[in-house]
Design a protein around this ligand. Structure first.
Ligand code: ADP
Length: 388
């Protein structure tokens, strides 16, 4: 019984094939630079890796190419033979609070949500439409990045704006990376051998995109990303929190258009804006003053969010580091937790050797490093949905 997870981006399709029962990965195929002169196709399976280039015009051709590759290595003969397909959908708005079986009605609803995340949701929907054509009888399930945060209380998700902007236009905090926060918080509770319902956890997904989440009894009660993934922590190329007046200033005084400002905040800011690269691995090992500054700004922001979430939760049992940076960089973790107070004690040896539990025995809060796996969590969500 095989199950596939599809993450369709604006110019990429990431496809992962799982054996449903064991949850083991059979193959991963990624097509990048769709629509460019040459697209990159990479595949990994059974410890092997292949790399190829081809002219791939659209998502339909990308999925056709993916199937050809899977057929070549006898990993999948047809999309129709799949047990189910899980689609990552970035924005579920207020309508989708859990994994949802995709039918015509859901597709119509998804179309109405495109304006909330135009780049992401349009591409996600395209992936869904193409896959439905190729495998009309296979159950396809949408798993939303926003769903885990859908139980946040009103005072967490409402911005202090004219209430009508929420009522009429649904301008509010939604939060993202939900699949990751949900997955790592559950693994944290398992590791602690405690019921998640009894725990207060702060999860930190730190990668190119980064977010923090305050989780009470398994429920997200606040998170750093907002109406879009631009809010909150300092990321690879996104600014995170800034005074919104900077936006007016850039338009009025610098003569920049809305699109230009949006591009600057999303693609030219964050650590990239400060030191010229968003490769955290390079930044961490660089001696350049700007790189140090970028790391200081980034880790200080995470520290501020931890403090805020400690206060919101009242008491915290665990802090979890995850994502490419959170999982791999002892230096960043140390910077974030240095002199943080709250009785939090980092075990230097466990931290630098990338252990799973990196706090001392006396630490009032357990600090953990847990590898996230959003595709696996999408499989988990699909299977528990189909079971129910
Ligand atoms: P995305 O948000 O794109 O999924 P990832 O979670 O994969 O990002 O994280 C990618 C980032 O993790 C890159 O900037 C990369 O340099 C960084 N990274 C990977 N390994 C290390 C490491 N050992 N030290 C510091 N940063 C690392």
């Amino acid at each position: 019984m095989k199950i596939a997870v599809i993450n369709a981006g604006s110019s990429s399709v990431k496809f992962k094939l799982f054996e449903a029962k064991s949850r083991s990965v059979l193959a991963k195929v990624t097509v990048e630079n769709i629509g460019a002169l040459g697209s990159d196709i990479t595949m990994s399976f059974e410890g092997k890796k292949t790399k190829d280039y081809a002219v791939i015009k659209n998502h339909h051709e990308a999925l056709k190419q993916i199937l050809e590759l899977l057929k070549t290595y006898e990993l999948l003969l047809d999309f129709s033979s799949l047990y189910a397909i899980g689609h990552r959908v970035v924005h579920g708005g207020e309508d989708f609070c859990s994994a949802t079986l995709i039918d015509e009605q859901v597709i119509e609803k998804l179309k109405t949500l495109i304006h909330l995340a135009p780049l992401h949701n349009r591409a996600n929907l395209e992936g869904i439409l193409v896959t439905r054509k190729k495998a009309p009888l296979v159950k396809q399930i949408a798993v939303f990045d926003t769903a885990f945060h859908s139980k946040m209380p009103e005072e967490a998700y409402l911005y202090a704006l004219d209430y009508e902007l929420y009522e009429k236009h649904k301008i509010r905090k939604y939060g993202f990376h939900g699949t990751s926060h949900s997955y790592i918080s559950r693994l944290c509770a398992l590791e602690m051998k405690r019921d998640i319902k009894e725990l207060n956890i702060i999860t930190l997904h730190l990668g190119n995109g980064s977010s923090a989440c305050a989780i009470k009894g398994g429920v997200s009660i606040d998170t750093s990303m907002g109406f879009t993934p631009l809010e909150g922590l300092v990321m690879g190329s996104r600014s995170g929190d800034i005074d919104p007046a900077v936006v007016f200033y850039m338009q009025r005084e610098l003569g920049l258009s809305v699109d230009e400002v949006e591009n600057i905040l999303n693609k030219k800011s964050g650590v990239l804006g400060i030191c010229g690269t968003n490769d955290f691995k390079a930044i961490v090992s660089s001696k350049d003053e700007k790189s140090k500054l970028a790391l200081n700004i980034m880790s200080r922001r995470v520290k501020k969010y931890i403090g805020a979430y400690m206060a919101l939760l009242g008491s915290v049992d665990a802090i979890v580091f995850s994502g490419g940076v959170g999982e791999n960089s002892a230096i960043v973790r140390k910077k974030i937790l240095e002199n943080i107070g709250f009785g939090i004690e980092l075990n230097g040896y466990a931290n630098s050797s990338n252990g799973k539990i990196i706090s001392t025995k006396n630490s009032k809060v357990q600090i953990m490093v847990i590898k996230t796996d959003e595709e696996l969590e999408i499989v988990n969500e699909c299977l528990s949905f189909l079971k129910s």
